[in-house]
Design a protein around this ligand. Sequence first.
Ligand SMILES: C[S@@+](CC[C@H](N)C(=O)[O-])C[C@H]1O[C@@H](n2cnc3c(N)ncnc32)[C@H](O)[C@@H]1O
Length: 216
Amino acid sequence: MTKARWLAERRSDPWHRKAKEEGYPSRAAYKLIHIQQKYRVIRRGDLVVDLGSWPGGMLSVESQTVGPEGLVVAVDLREPAFKAENVVFLQMDVNDAEAPFAILSALGNRRCDVLISDVSPRFTGVRDVDVFNQLMLGIRALEISDVVLRRGGNLVIKFFECEELPRIERRLRGSFRFLKRVITPPTLRKNSSELFLVGIGKLAERVSDGLAELVR
Ligand SMILES: C[S@@+](CC[C@H](N)C(=O)[O-])C[C@H]1O[C@@H](n2cnc3c(N)ncnc32)[C@H](O)[C@@H]1O
């Protein structure tokens, strides 16, 4: 897609317009609001980790929801536009081997209650490549959750529908009290294959073992 077409599409997108009117940095805010209304994944006072946080639509929802007693650790290659007293930003690549430990340290060496990953790769336009890159970033988010997410915690991770995903869901199902797929209203309009896996109540200490091998 050319930049001009992307800009034109964005201008005509009602979710983008609504985000501008309501002061959210991006339409992604409404994806998390939808998930939050359905499953109440975040509570007041929670410690939240947000992977892929720029420009900050979801981050602003997380910051408002946890309130001043909570904390959000945001990670991205780019610094989000959204700033707040209860947000700490780490400018880093989630694939960096040190990332889980840097996040844990930013959490004050406490494990978080919720991990949200909306990380997306730079799209190549070749569908199979983009879907695979998204899958690997989702698995990376699960690896990070092994270090930073407490037992009983919740996670929300973006994937694209693909043939490998059911294998990952089968493996994850026993590691959470329940696991659901959620397609959010802004995604429906775009006719995209994006979905979020929502895991409520982490049961196992580690959830990512063997997942990368499943998709290679
Ligand atoms: C769809 S945007 C996130 C939107 C954001 N969650 C919001 O609510 O506004 C995807 C983000 O993933 C980030 N990203 C992509 N690869 C990354 C990586 N390897 N490490 C950290 N961030 C990455 C991009 O910089 C981009 O900001």
